[in-house]
Design a protein. Structure first.
Length: 556
């Protein structure tokens, strides 16, 4: 067996082991998909012959689907919307940020980033990514480059195709994707020269037969770091044709090309938890309650009828139908069915409310439920409290998805030399200081207000009464830094915040103007006094110098 066959067999064996680890999650995913993602039917993914069959037949209440869509729309609208400024680049060393040339360079980097995201399908793909992440709770985005169009492409991968493993820090570093494509698509993806004989034969016969592949991406065990070729990159990438058990393509990546979001995770599980899985029991119970209420309502509107057996075949219960009977016991009457279901309806409302809480619907449409007049401060406090509840989930999203996406996009743009030259002020920090992403969307701002602004506000509120008694207490506070932190917490654009040097120059100019004004006023007073003394100004005296200054100011 040659090396190619050995590597292919190793990958196939490992994929089987990863599949075994994932097996216990599949049943949960299938149930979640039945109630929240009917179009994502896992049975179709497993059995292609099931295509075309009806889906969503278990759903009797659509509010959970609505809640999960609210969750996805809310994350996109408040975190990464294309209609707002939702991030900005900064240097890891905050002191460098204040340099004029560095700020101008970072603003240009921001512009290029936003332009690139608009060119890609990022915004159209991210909603489905959030939807799957909120329901199945393990969502996968594959980032690749379209060499023909020279742009980055984001592709959502079906959870059933993805098998993952984590490192000792519980970070996903291994992704296996098992999928099927036709011979024609395989030729487009891998090139005819790399296809096996069976695939080439199907391609020549224009057969629609599909072939199964594994794409294995994992840390490379052995590599020569000084070599820049694809087979020595940090992550190995291999495509295996399962039908022929052979390698189709072997390459590598500097960065993991898969972004995996697990809203909730712990060290005891590889796949994630989150709103959809947490709410599953309530969703199944809600559907059962709603099904019972629908049956009860149908029975109330169209009740079962009862009469004497002698009336068999003579009963007409259709609209306008007349049934004749001669004796009282032959009378037709409905079986008694309660026409009101307050307990069932109350139970349904409570379960819907719990499911909305699972998906944080009240946070995204909070103002809709306000029953009394609230001040802006109260509204922001309530937003901050709810945003804090989303903190761990958004933290996982930033660390595991958005930050890696920026790393990949940055590397592609840098490779294409799309960024402006590094300013001289940064050259001496080359390799020491990196760029970080500051998320400034409404959701990120609400969380910052919860962590930063509220502490500042409450601290100031506490010391204001003391300052009225002892004004010198105000000297303890660095008012400039406090103001800057407050503006940052509320998402104030950096462009409208003056640098410390500019603020100092403005203050010096203002102080100089005040001093000049005071000097002129003093000079005027002295001139008036001199006029009242009817005598010639002595040469070289102070009065002569004041008069000269007045004349000088008058000329200006």
């Amino acid at each position: 067996m040659n090396d190619s066959k050995k590597l292919a067999q190793k990958i196939i064996t490992k994929q089987g082991m990863l599949a075994e680890k994932r097996r216990k999650w599949e049943e949960v995913w299938e149930e979640v998909a039945d109630y929240l993602l009917p179009y994502f039917d896992f049975y179709i993914a497993k059995n292609l012959e099931a295509r075309g069959q009806k889906s969503g037949t278990l759903i009797y209440n659509g509010s959970p689907i609505n809640a999960s869509q609210f969750f996805a729309n809310g994350l996109q609208g408040y975190l990464v919307s294309s209609n707002m400024t939702w991030f900005r680049t900064q240097m890891e060393n905050d002191a460098i940020d204040d340099l004029p040339e560095v700020r101008e360079w970072l603003q240009e980097v921001d512009r290029i980033f936003y332009s690139e995201f608009q060119r890609t399908n990022f915004y159209s793909s991210i909603n489905e990514f959030f939807r799957v992440g909120g329901t199945i709770c393990t969502s996968t985005l594959y980032i690749e480059e379209d060499l023909d169009e020279k742009k980055i492409v984001f592709n959502n991968r079906h959870p059933y195709e993805i098998f993952i493993d984590v490192n000792k820090y519980n970070q996903v570093d291994t992704v296996y994707r098992k999928f099927k494509v036709s011979a024609r698509v395989a030729a487009q993806q891998f090139g005819k020269e790399n296809l096996t004989k069976n695939i080439l034969k199907a391609l020549e016969n224009q057969d629609d037969m599909e072939f199964e592949f594994i794409h294995a991406v994992e840390p490379r065990e052995e590599r020569k770091e000084w070599k820049l070729d694809a087979k020595n990159k940090k992550f190995a990438s291999c495509y295996v044709c399962l039908d022929d058990a052979d390698i189709i393509s072997e390459s590598g990546y500097d960065l993991l090309p898969y972004a995996i979001w697990r809203p909730e995770k712990n060290h005891h599980q590889i796949y994630g938890g989150g709103p959809g899985i947490n709410a599953l029991v309530d969703i199944m119970g809600l559907n059962q309650v709603t099904k019972t209420l629908l049956m009860s309502a149908q029975q109330a509107v169209n009740p079962a009828m009862q009469t004497n057996e002698t009336m068999k075949g003579k009963v007409r219960i259709s609209p306008g139908g007349i049934s004749y009977y001669s004796r009282a016991e032959e009378r037709i009457e409905p079986v008694h069915v309660p026409s009101q279901f307050p307990f069932g309806k109350d139970r349904e409302d409570k379960m819907e409310y719990i499911i909305r809480k699972h998906f944080f619907v009240d946070f995204f449409i909070m103002l809709e439920n306000i029953e009394r007049q609230m001040t802006a401060t109260e509204i922001m406090e309530r937003q901050s409290e709810k945003a804090a509840m989303l903190g761990p989930m958004i933290g996982n999203l930033n660390n595991d998805v958005l930050n890696p996406i920026f790393d990949i996009v940055f590397s592609k743009l840098e490779e294409a030399k799309r960024f402006p030259p590094i300013p001289p002020a940064l050259e001496r920090y080359a390799g020491e200081e990196g760029i970080k992403i500051d998320y400034i969307g409404p959701l990120a701002q609400a969380q910052k207000r919860s962590l930063q602004a509220q502490g500042l506000q409450r601290g100031l509120e506490a010391i204001v009464p003391l300052m009225q008694i002892r004004p010198e207490i105000a000297d303890i506070i660095n008012w400039d830094e406090t103001t800057r932190k407050m503006m940052e917490a509320y998402g104030m654009p950096q462009k409208v915040i003056n640098r410390e040097e500019d603020v100092q120059k403005t203050r010096e100019a203002r102080q100089q103007q005040i001093q000049q004004q005071q000097a002129m006023e003093q000079a005027g007073q002295m001139a008036d006094a001199a006029g009242k003394i009817n005598k010639k100004t002595e040469e070289g005296s102070m009065l002569e110098k004041v008069e000269a200054e007045i004349n000088k100011q008058g000329v200006k």
